[in-house]
Design a protein around this ligand. Structure first.
Ligand code: PEP
Ligand code: MN
Length: 301
């Protein structure tokens, strides 16, 4: 791909000019400089008590920004879909309590509260649910300091632009996760969709489709590719690459060596009780080891 032609806004080299990596502000943190941003917390918020206990220890382990999904994108429609607006309230409290920023996926512009209804929907219930549409875009962007587009929406261009425009109005950056089927060229053009609007954007590599011991093939080598060709900072998600807590630490370390500007990691105090992605959650103690390694390494890269 001719990066300059396809992605003029994010291209690193323009003629003889070599642009520096964009420094993106997330709360008080700068992403894209020396210091690696650590985002951590549960995959999804399941209740207030477990979320507070998790974030307390995750923050102590060195996390800069918390995560914990409110509206979840699930492959199986019968799986837990998130506490939705209930989670937003818990997060509001947690942000104050821990004085911490929050990063979260925005799954779409709207959602219907389908799980509060008996399925299949009759015409009457469909009429009723229509009036109960949840404004997910507003709900999440109000509370999230780093709203993000999830992997499954990697090429939902209209939605990507909706979030980017919303983020500009709120003076917030967004993160765009790579769709797990997307080539590097396709992914760079998706990043260009955001950057050309004037919205600050952070890339997130979270693995691509495969059939190995990992849940997704770790696209670690693309960290350097994106950084060489574009000015976009890169956050790496070793949790979704791994799919298993036992591989998270090694992938996180590889990402740091490869030049990642940040890590986003799923943590849990009681893995078995998590309602999404329980197999890949690490303990705050294991997160501490990763943070320690990161802080020792980041300045000498
Ligand atoms: C997540 O971060 O919990 C998530 C659903 O990630 P992805 O969009 O990369 O699958
Ligand atoms: Mn997850």
């Amino acid at each position: 791909m001719d990066i300059l032609k396809s992605c003029p806004t994010i291209a690193r080299c323009v003629g003889s000019e070599v642009k520096p990596t964009n420094i993106v502000k997330v709360n008080n943190f700068s992403v894209g400089g020396n210091r690696v941003l650590i985002i951590a917390g549960p995959c999804s918020v399941r209740d207030e008590q477990s979320f507070f206990e998790n974030i307390k220890q995750t923050q102590r382990a060195g996390a800069d920004i918390m995560r914990g999904g409110a509206f979840k994108p699930r492959t199986n429609p019968a799986s837990f879909q998130g506490l939705e607006n209930g989670a937003i309230e818990i997060i509001r409290k947690a942000k104050k309590h821990f004085n911490m920023g929050y990063a979260c996926e925005v799954t779409g512009e709207t959602r219907f509260p389908v799980n509060q209804y008996t399925l299949p929907l009759s015409k009457e219930l469909a009429d009723e649910i229509t009036s109960k549409k949840i404004d997910v875009l507003n709900a999440v962007t109000q509370v999230a300091d780093l709203p993000w587009i999830g992997s499954r929406n990697g090429q939902s261009y209209d939605f990507i632009q909706s979030l980017a425009i919303k983020a500009i109005t709120l003076d917030k950056p967004i993160m765009l996760k790579r769709g797990y089927w997307m080539t590097l060229g396709e992914y760079c053009m998706a990043l260009e969709y955001v950057a050309r609007l004037g919205c600050q954007v952070i890339a997130c590599l979270r693995g691509v489709n495969t059939d190995t011991k990992y849940r997704f093939m770790p696209d670690i080598s693309d960290i350097a590719e994106i950084k060489a060709r574009t000015t976009v900072p890169v956050i790496v998600d070793p949790s979704h690459m791994a799919g298993n807590w036992q591989y998270v630490e090694e992938l996180a370390k590889e990402a740091i060596f490869a030049g990642a500007d940040g890590l986003i990691i799923e943590t849990s105090l009681e893995r078995e009780k998590e309602l999404s992605d329980k197999d890949q959650a690490i303990t705050p103690d294991d997160l501490f080891k990763i943070v320690e390694f990161t802080r020792e390494t980041e300045n000498s890269r």
